[in-house]
Design a protein around this ligand. Structure first.
Ligand code: PMP
Length: 437
């Protein structure tokens, strides 16, 4: 049994000065206590009790190169020596934006920001200004950041229990203090349901500025789009003059350099990217059609941010792209191969131990659910999974030196290898033996 006593002590101290002791509410869900880190390198983190963990949380996604990647560390350091941010222009912005337009099929231009939430805010603003319409279609189970205009009571079950009744009603505030006003512009639909989309768009297209979607329902069960669904969404939004926004904050730089839209061969009008884009340094962007992004140049849409495009983030973004593209698609094949090994290994263990569960894996990400179903392919079924069993699983895995999210995706990095995968599967083998399902 490992001791995490030092994290407990630090959390108590933190609570005196930081509400809830954590800097982002989601982190407080970690049981038995949010861990305090003293060091991290490659695929592993070390907590303040000197416990070492193989890391599949990876800071909720950004660490595609693992922790403290030498090139990333060096290039950020070199950039820092010339000043961290200027409030003026510099060459790094041009080089990164140009590179992004080369690798993202839908990108003519790029507007930088600091977080996924900000990128989504800008994308929605651009869509509204471009179309002169105000309503936004979004989907149950997807998450697009925590700004008042898009956050609802069921972005992700991480944020609280899902009210079954509310699935049928209009968007409800996801937090105290959120105004109802902007939510009135949201139309919430079930995802992967072309009929529901067609009906809503037929009825409201004159009011709808944008449809925003994750290309894969990464935030709820790692559910893939049904064959033809994303192509249908593209076709109907084009036909009705509605901006199609793909929120690639998770899938960007994970499903390949060109994200999910390259992989699926579909061109949204705008994409939002963040997380893995700068390997753990704050950076996000909206990329897409020039005729929409040009509204910024024309002064019709304001795009602001003191630290936007700072030289540390652009150095990080360029390093991530260079590192991932160095050996062609090798890095992405490796990430995917590890996800497949883990997902198949976990499926086999579940089957051999007669534990009901589903592992949804798509590309380099996957989600493990304890549930008495053959498959999880919609949000309602996803909500039937046994979250208590999963919490037990995460706690026991932590004791075995494997760090995963309390609920949600497993991420891998280029620093993970077969040794880590093998070690992890052995730990899971032992933990599943302790589970009484
Ligand atoms: N969009 C998606 C699809 C996300 O998963 C997230 C974060 N999990 C966001 C937007 C918000 O990004 P950030 O936390 O950087 O604001």
């Amino acid at each position: 049994m490992i001791s995490i006593s030092e994290s407990k002590v630090k959390m108590e101290e933190a609570k005196k000065y930081i509400p809830g002791g954590v800097a982002s509410s989601l982190r407080s869900s970690m049981k038995p206590v949010p861990l305090y880190v003293q060091d991290a390198s490659g695929a592993r983190v070390v907590d303040v009790n000197n416990n070492v963990y193989i890391d599949y949380l990876l800071a909720y996604g950004p660490l595609i190169l693992g922790h403290a990647h030498p090139d990333l560390t060096r290039n950020i350091h070199e950039a820092l020596l010339r000043g961290s941010t200027y409030g003026l222009q510099h060459d790094g912005e041009i080089r990164l934006a140009k590179r992004l337009t080369e690798i993202l099929p839908c990108a003519d231009q790029v507007a930088f920001s600091g977080s996924g939430t900000e990128a989504v805010m800008l994308a929605l603003r651009l869509a509204r200004a471009y179309t002169g319409k105000t309503k936004i279609v979004r989907f149950y189970g997807h998450y697009h950041g925590w700004s008042d205009s898009i956050f609802t009571s069921f972005p992700s079950p991480d944020f609280g229990s899902v009210q079954k009744d509310s699935l049928l009603s209009a968007a409800a505030p996801g937090t105290g203090g959120q105004s109802n006003g902007s939510l009135q512009e949201l139309i919430l639909l079930p995802w992967n349901d072309p009929d529901a989309l067609e009906k809503a768009l037929n009825e409201h297209s004159h009011d709808i500025a944008a449809v925003i979607t994750e290309p894969v329902m990464c935030n709820s069960g790692c559910i893939a789009p049904k064959p033809g669904y994303m192509a249908f969404m593209r076709e109907i939004t084009s036909r009705m003059g509605i901006v199609l926004i793909w929120d690639e904050v998770i899938t960007g730089f994970r499903f390949g350099l060109g994200g999910a839209h390259e992989r699926f061969g579909i061109q949204p009008d705008l994409v939002t990217i963040g997380k893995a884009m700068a390997g753990g340094i704050p950076l996000s962007a909206v990329a897409g059609k020039k005729e929409i992004l040009q509204l910024i140049e024309e002064g019709k849409v304001l795009h602001l941010g003191t630290l936007n495009g700072n030289s540390l983030s652009t150095a990080a973004g360029l390093t991530v792209i260079d590192t991932l593209s160095k050996d062609g698609s090798f890095a992405f094949s490796k990430l995917e191969a590890m996800a497949v090994m883990l997902a198949e290994g976990i499926r086999t263990l579940l089957k051999n131990k007669r534990i009901s569960g589903v592992v949804n894996q798509l590309g380099p990400v996957f989600h493990v659910m304890f549930i008495d179903r053959e498959e999880v392919s919609d949000f309602d079924t996803f909500n039937l999974r046994d979250t208590q069993a999963y919490t037990f699983f995460t706690e026991k895995l932590l004791e075995e030196g494997v760090l995963i999210r309390q609920t949600g995706l497993w991420y891998v990095s280029t620093a993970h290898g077969e040794a880590e995968v093998k070690e992890t599967l052995q730990a899971i083998d032992r933990v599943l033996d302790k589970m009484k399902l």
